[in-house]
Design a protein around this ligand. Sequence first.
Ligand SMILES: [Zn+2]
Length: 801
Amino acid sequence: MVLLVVSALTRGVVASQGAGAQRTRKSATVSALNGVPAPRDVIGFTPGDDRKLASWAQIVEYFKKLDKASERVAFQEVGKTTLGRPFCFAIISSPANLARLDYFKEVQRKLADPRLIGDNDAEADKLIAAGRTIVLITCGIHSTEVGGNLVSMNIAHRLASDDSPETREILDKCIVLLVPSLNPDGVDIVKNWYDKTLGTPAEGTGPPELYHHYAGHDNNRDWYAFTQVETQLTVDKVQNIWHPQIVHDIHQQGETGSRFFLPPYTEPWEPNVSPIIQAGVNFMGTSMAWELAAEGRAGVVINGVYDAWTPARAYQHYHGGIRILSETASARIASPTSVAFDKLTPQIGVNPKVRSWNFPLVWPGGEWKLANIVDYMQAGAFALMRNAARYRERWLRSFYEVGRNAIRDRRPGEPFAYVIPPLDRENQRSWQKDGLDTLLSILERGQVEVRESAAECEADGIKYPAGTRIVLMAQPYGSFAKTLLERQHYPDLREYPGGPPRRPYDVTAHTLPLLMGVKVVEVRKPFSFQSGSVTGGQNDKGSDEAMRLLAVRTSRRVGIYKSFAASMDEGWTRWILDQYKISHSPVTDADARAGDLRAKYDCIIIPAQSSQQVFSGLSKERYPAEISGGLGEGGVDALKRFIEQGGTVVTLNEASQFAIEKLDVPVKNILEGVPAKDFYCPGSILKIRFDATSPLTRGAPMLESTTDQSIAWFEAGPAFETTSDDARVIARFADSPDVLLSGWLLGAEKIANKAAILEVKKGKGRVVMFAFRPQYRGQSIATLPFLFNAILTSTVAPRVP
Ligand SMILES: [Zn+2]
């Protein structure tokens, strides 16, 4: 009986009431229930307490103790993070279910791929009756959104200790996979910075470094490219083993908008997502919002802000599962904040001061703290799990139907397959090989079957040689392959009719053949071929090795400018150079200001970052002196001297504006000050023509069958104009009717034929300016040669003997 009383207490922590008053419920103060430790018994405080963060070691320790004390929890390490911390997840369910995990995995495997049961309805009915809803809850991918990793302990504790009928139903009917943090390294990076700055003007700010070593916030844009080890572990060890029907991804948003976001997402949806998944997302999000409203939690919005376009955030949408994003309003890391009602600001699809159909209970404004964040997150997760339990059979059947639709014969008008011809002999050791290997390994990790034709075959009237790879669309994850292999046509959405473009939540293109310089052909009509090996993609790394050796031989001394206003593009630049074993060192503001750069470097890369941030850095009022202030005049002078003395400076994307403003290059950015209604390109793939005689373009994969065309990943970049003899145009954007290859572009004529890569001579050195990101999120292999050639062609300084 004691158990029931206790469980009622552990439920809500703080809940706000509608229109006006806030009421504080009793805190979860009960410890060591039934031998099950509460978080504070292990970490010394209750998750949600003001100004308290847990280290990753503490969180792991808590889950280990829970595992030991509770028959409902199994916690395991599945690998190491980028910086070597344990990457873990917990499986939480009834003891009876935990004893039969292999059986439930097998049920999932068969329902996910109905070919395994011969499309047998009776067998499917049996499996659906026997299975459990698999719910994956992922926390803390964005480490400054600290509520996520904290609430994971509360969720686990409640599931492990509560004996209410609703929790028992969840445990009986669901298997909950709980990832306490998708980025354990960042848990400590943020905690260390937060603790260090407590009581200083920097309290509550984000850390002056990327909270994921390479990807920063982009770690949640990696769910199809799989570049980072944390993404790989989640996909390989959790997602692909368990095929969850429901994935709940716990995030935080800004301080001043709605308190809590849930799906339905806004338009646009990526068109390859199954309609069944789309409807399931809508149902789940709306059902959760309904429960939160009934519990008096105000400020919950559905169908606002977040769209469902990019697969970079939604692996599960192509793998049979729904993705329920939640976004709770933030405080100042773990410090309370206060938002007056009249300071609440509109977001896409919602004005938080006005009641509307998708925002029925307005939050009155006032104090907002970590306890509120953790409370909303926990309430959301339990509403989700209750739904998952209540509609167990419906979720399993829906999952099975997604699989059945995926394997059915293609209808007229739908592509039948994509074919990937083998590389010509001369391209065997080239960037094309690297691109092909990477593309195939992505398909493999996404569980796409790739067949290899054992003999010549003919498709849509074209003959392909033996060794051609064939990706049939009728297979369980054919939609994942299709969305990555085809070109995107992003809809022309406006804020109001005739108004400026409506910002997409992320970028608008993800066409791998373009990004990776690989020829892939869509086949419309069914064709037959002699099937050789069926693989999940053959990944032979020979060419990578060749490139790596080449890179090592170059021995250029490479510096990468590293701002304390951390740039994700800096992280991606490091990642790419590390992949190809090119050594590099960071150039900080202090390093630059100290001067004498030519003695240390041949080439300095300034990754994409605004000119203002590069020059001014973090605010001197807010941050300690050693990390504030940016390059400043001293750093600019040192860079100019470096160039005069023969050094190469490479500027990427927005950083090219810094070169224009501060390094005296005779170049104009024709997009400067152009409003979005006249030019807009929020992350798309464009066509460029390049000067094939320049050493900067050596080895670049050609677009399709051309001899001088490639792509550019364009996102908030400039476009150059120059009349100086000192500036050589290495590449230009294509003419306006052709320039967009994939994604969304308004005002194509503005950049048509403008320079996209420039090599500007100054003194004995030069500045190589890119109008795009040649190493975009580790994906644009097609344009890596431009960047690498800029390094390889930099002049080695004469060494003092
Ligand atoms: Zn986030």
